[in-house]
Design a protein around this ligand. Structure first.
Ligand code: 5AD
Ligand code: FES
Length: 346
């Protein structure tokens, strides 16, 4: 097994058979070896720096009905909210004072946020915070819309592919959504000039090793700047409420595999990872991740942006999350930095 890990570290690639071996047969001892290999690549590329993204969950309205997601339109129990432009700007203001230089505007696919509303909002953030990166995470839109938002000042776009396999994709989503369109959106975003983020849920219902390898191959083809992965966690008001959660250990192993495959990629230790284990984000960093995304949303809406049950940080102020993250990273010998935190990729 160690020779396979060494090969991955040296060549950033493996055969499908070797990936399968790594994903299915890794002992605890060998996972420590894998984590250490990933950590050394991470430290070569990014030192001990941890990049921060301030996450602003600005709407939980969504027109989609993904089977795994707590804010799916079919969930009548979700209490819906939208932040006003003033509220969003004040989140940025607070975040800036705390040292955030990237704002991630994330929301459901909310038809209220037409280009006529989104473009001026992005332009205003761009004007007020010229030294910050603006990241959007608002789902599938037209090329024209992506272009208009880019022209207004958005730099980055997060759109997880969720799973690269069409059959698996259709097990997770209603027929209105297709992997083909998802992939097209990602390639369009990259063509326009966005730094892009993709990624999958680990242990989503129906996932197999072969599907995970397809995810890795798709990522090799796409070459995104960021790869966001986290364990699948069930939400009580979704069709997947009784499905088992994804594996914590497999998520950590995949983080390391991704770090070795893509030495310079931005790899967040996600909120889902922090939810499945109290030290999940720390372990994620120690497995090769280099980004954390503390929540900047106003406290009164946090408990409403629930993609899965048990989400952490729903009761904390922005400053608390920021301070908490600083301490957590210091405790493991890393430091959060005040910078846009661009990927060291072209
Ligand atoms: N468990 C884990 N992750 C989820 N996401 C959505 N629902 C869940 C869930 N139940 C992830 C998806 C989405 C991202 C914003 O959150 O991958 O792209
Ligand atoms: Fe939110 Fe620790 S990161 S409270």
């Amino acid at each position: 097994m160690r020779s396979v890990i060494d090969k991955l570290a040296q060549t950033s690639n493996l055969t499908d058979e070797e990936f399968a071996l790594l994903l299915e047969e890794l002992s605890e001892e060998d996972s420590e070896y894998l984590f250490a290999a990933a950590r050394s690549v991470r430290e070569r590329e990014y030192g001990k720096d941890v990049y921060l993204r301030g996450l602003i969950e600005f709407t939980n309205y969504c027109k989609n009905n993904c089977y795994y997601c707590g804010i799916r339109c079919g969930n009548a129990n979700a209490q819906r909210y939208r932040l006003t432009e003033d509220q969003i700007l004040s989140c940025c203001e607070q975040g800036y004072a705390l040292g955030f230089r990237t704002f991630v505007l994330q929301g459901g696919e909310d038809p209220y946020y037409t280009d006529d509303r989104m473009v001026p909002l992005v332009a205003e953030i761009r004007k007020r915070f010229p030294d910050c990166a603006i990241t959007l995470s608002i789902g599938e839109r037209s090329r024209e819309s992506y272009q208009a938002l880019f022209d207004a000042g958005a730099d980055r776009y997060l759109l997880r592919h969720e799973t690269a396999n069409p059959e698996h994709y259709s097990m997770l989503h209603p027929k209105e959504l297709s992997i083909q369109n998802r992939k097209e959106c990602l390639f369009t975003l990259r063509e326009i000039g966005y730094q892009i983020g993709a990624g999958m849920m680990v242990g989503a219902p129906g996932q197999t090793t072969a599907y995970l390898i397809e995810d890795l191959r798709f990522l090799q083809d796409l070459q995104p700047h960021m790869i966001g992965i986290g364990p699948f966690l069930p939400h009580k008001d979704t069709p997947f409420k009784d499905e088992p959660r994804g594996s914590y250990h497999l998520t950590l192993q995949l983080l390391s595999i991704l770090r070795l495959m893509f030495p310079k990629v931005l790899l967040p230790a996600t909120t889902a990872l922090g939810t499945i284990h109290p030290l999940g984000r720390e372990k994620g960093i120690l497995a090769g991740a280099n980004v954390v995304m503390p929540n900047l949303s106003p406290t009164n809406v946090r408990g409403k942006y629930l993609l899965y049950d048990g989400k952490i940080c729903t009761g904390d102020e922005a400053a608390e999350c920021h301070g908490c993250m600083e301490k957590r990273m210091e405790r493991i010998g890393y430091q959060v930095v005040t910078s846009r935190g661009d990927a060291k990729i072209k």
